[in-house]
Design a protein around this ligand. Sequence first.
Ligand SMILES: Cc1cc2nc3c(=O)[nH]c(=O)nc-3n(C[C@H](O)[C@H](O)[C@H](O)COP(=O)(O)OP(=O)(O)OC[C@H]3O[C@@H](n4cnc5c(N)ncnc54)[C@H](O)[C@@H]3O)c2cc1C
Length: 486
Amino acid sequence: MPRDFLNGCKDYYDVIVIGSGLAGMTAANILGRAGHRVLLLEQHYKLGGLATWFRRPGSHIFDISLHGFPAGMLKSCKRYWNEDIASSIVQLKNIRFDNPMFSLTTTFNREDFTRLLTGRFGIEEATVKGFFDTARQMNFYDDQQMTTRELFDKFFPGREDIVRLLMEPITYANGSTLEDPAITYGIVFSNFMAKGVYIYEGGTDDLVAKMQKELTSNGVDYRIRCDVSRIFVGSKGVEGVEVNGRTIRCGNVVSNSNLNATIFNLVGKEKFDSDFVEQAQQVRLNNSSTQVYMAIKEGVEIDESTGDLLFSSTAPLFRTEALLSRDITSRTFSFYYPRTRPHYKRRFAIVSSTNARYEDWADLSEEDYQASKQDLIETTLDALEKYVPAIRDKVDVVEAATPKTFKHYTKHLSGASFGTKFEGLAVSRALPEQVPGLFHAGSVGIIMSGWLGAINYGVIVANDVDQRLGKAQLAAPAPSALPMST
Ligand SMILES: Cc1cc2nc3c(=O)[nH]c(=O)nc-3n(C[C@H](O)[C@H](O)[C@H](O)COP(=O)(O)OP(=O)(O)OC[C@H]3O[C@@H](n4cnc5c(N)ncnc54)[C@H](O)[C@@H]3O)c2cc1C
């Protein structure tokens, strides 16, 4: 008999959350804490979504997306999770850039960037101040016509080196490009500039374990290996979901699954207005990523002066095309020192990340796919040699992930690392107007992605659901559109 991962589940919940990414888990936590009956369903064998990790022999642990987030995580974790989680958030002080235009180290905050821009890059202080203030004042209601490239041209015309300094880390942090609306840049950049780059000390495994504990204490029923295949919608809105062949009824669904997958695969376009469907069809997915995970042999040390985060590139200029190309010229290296997991065995690890296109990997034959992965590993080790000499003698385990890997583990269409482009936000927010009780919380619109964006979006959507539940004091709806529960 296969194990029943839904064993003991009730027939009805106030809210079913589909997906346990940081947005899904946060929404579930807040709604559980507010006293609602919440079921969280995750198709993978662990919670966390892209906030995840894996282990390899030799006591090695790799983090997938624990590279850096803004200080705002402290407040969000304290308010919407707990003090214990918030107290493990610490600053990364050694951010390095190394490219043909400049090599420098920074604490990556406004003060230090002002020092660099005025001193090293020779810009007037008033111009730097004007740029920071403009970026900080951007909000959702701003004119979205101006692109990030135009914003840079306004303050730093002709300065490709400054564009690179300002843009490279943000492209890495949320997948935004020079061609995207400037607001997508301004908000995230200002978030980082407020206080620098932070990380969770203890590792992603520790964070997710603590979140699981908190979910339990707030009465959230969470289940792994539960793949939701359908969201049932009746004449009055959401009625339930189909998961692992069983139907479970609910008054509200918060989908943390990819936005486009939610609309077109889980609900079906016939449940929406044709104008809305057209708008949703225009939503572009964000790009995907490749990563190379390198664990250092026990007893071998890496000096901390190597940096925490290193934005390295051999490309003469910063260009979106070059960042996405299979011919990789830009890599972001994250260095994990034993302080990442102070209570664990003394281990060092390095993760290299690059943006990538799903299409470049999706249709390769198995042989070509494996050869391409090996090539990715070899070229990454070659690039790392400059910063960690004799790296090949030092590594114990090396593995690579591709856009196909990300798709496999998260079900994100085309392995999108940051959900959708900016236009996804309006579509995500409009879902409940189309189908009462249907909500989406998860990476959309660049701003609402990344660890902080995802958590904060989970909070916003949880409040919407809470309001709806408060208003309606829903009784279990008649299961008109539902097949019989199995
Ligand atoms: C390589 C990489 C590096 C990154 N680095 C950083 C970083 O340093 N800092 C940062 O802030 N952000 C980083 N990010 C982005 C960040 O990890 C994500 O934006 C964030 O974790 C996404 O959270 P989410 O809530 O949108 O959901 P996701 O993490 O995307 O999770 C969605 C969940 O839904 C589940 N699911 C989907 N469909 C179903 C279904 N039908 N039934 C059940 N479950 C389903 C999936 O299995 C998954 O668990 C990185 C991302 C990548 C790919």
